[in-house]
Design a protein around this ligand. Structure first.
Ligand code: AMP
Length: 299
């Protein structure tokens, strides 16, 4: 395992095929599942750890973002990473004219509406990582379904020779999607946060029973969360998995996504709905045998 801070050093150290796992650090089982997938497929696994200021609209959110690089190094190594790339702000954004990437349409709805400028920041940092490291494949979680659609669209649109791989959502045993932000939940908020995934699972059950109208699925989520005062739902939407365009009816593959603050902490989650065969994918649960606790992960 090597910890490197410049793009040039990563390019020099890489051998064979390269799998990149971009992260903002404070790793959890969701990140580790991506590293394991990359490790199974690529010769060199690079995990980037960079809290990207460009994608935070709210300075207090950026300041509150948790960080623990020594812990990240240990966990990433156990999961199969070969290189941790931890650049400073100047390596990522050298002084001089700002150069950015904007992907139209895909980032407009949902997160784009509630976090203006967020996806320009995401597209820019991911484009820089792709250009500076040159991975053969890059691994992203379906937890950020709109981000995955955006990155895939960007790579295709800019002709980047990288395979963008979407990986399942990893959840706590009770269903809450893992997130670095979960550490900021108070005990009370943590016990209420499980209602987010429960609402999505209830909507998936409705989908499994044959419901295809986005409005009905959304309403179920909205109504089941409205009864909890500490949960403030920003949106519940059904969107096409590739374009992230909001849709009215599930015909092909779509995701039902939500964003909400729980006790002031902003969380997102989604479930995948396949209108072609009527199946759903809600992700996977961790168990106590996982890497974080000393065994193999579930993925
Ligand atoms: P972040 O550090 O939050 O920027 O996330 C880095 C990568 O990990 C992104 O591709 C996320 O989608 C992915 N990720 C975060 N949480 C999860 C999760 N619970 N399950 C699977 N992937 C995740």
């Amino acid at each position: 395992m090597r910890v490197l801070t410049t793009f040039a050093a990563v390019r020099e150290a890489r051998e064979g095929s390269v799998g990149l796992v971009p992260t903002m650090g404070y790793l959890h089982e969701g990140h580790l599942s991506l590293i394991e997938k990359a490790s199974a497929r690529c010769d060199t696994v690079v995990v980037s750890v960079f809290v990207n200021p460009l994608q935070f609209g709210d300075a207090s959110d950026l300041d509150a973002y948790p960080a623990d690089l020594p812990r990240d190094i240990e966990l990433a190594t156990q999961a199969g990473a070969d290189i941790i790339f931890a650049p400073d702000i100047r390596e990522m954004y050298p002084a001089g004219p700002a150069v950015g990437v904007t992907v139209s349409d895909v980032g407009d709805a949902m997160e784009g509406t509630f976090r203006p400028g967020h996806f320009d920041g995401v597209a820019t940092v991911v484009a820089k990582l792709f250009a500076g490291i040159g991975p053969d494949a890059a691994f992203f979680g379906r937890k950020d379904a709109q981000q995955l659609a955006l990155v895939t669209t960007m790579a295709h649109g800019l002709g980047m020779p990288v395979d963008v791989v979407g990986c399942p959502i990893v959840r706590e045993e009770d269903g809450l999607a893992l997130s670095s932000r979960n550490t900021r939940l108070t005990d009370g908020a943590r016990s209420e946060a499980v209602r987010l995934s429960a609402a999505l699972f209830a909507a998936s059950d409705l989908f499994l029973a044959g419901e295809r109208h986005a409005r009905t699925l959304r309403t179920l989520v909205e109504e089941s969360l409205a009864v909890t005062p500490s949960i403030d739902l920003e949106y519940a939407e059904v969107a096409d998995v590739d374009s992230a365009c909001v849709i009215d009816e599930v015909v092909d593959v779509a995701f039902l996504a939500l964003a909400a603050t729980v006790g002031g902490v902003r969380l997102i989650d989604n479930v995948l709905l396949d209108g072609r065969d009527g199946s759903v994918d809600t992700g996977m649960r961790i168990d106590t045998q996982s890497v974080l606790y000393g065994g193999d992960t579930c993925c």
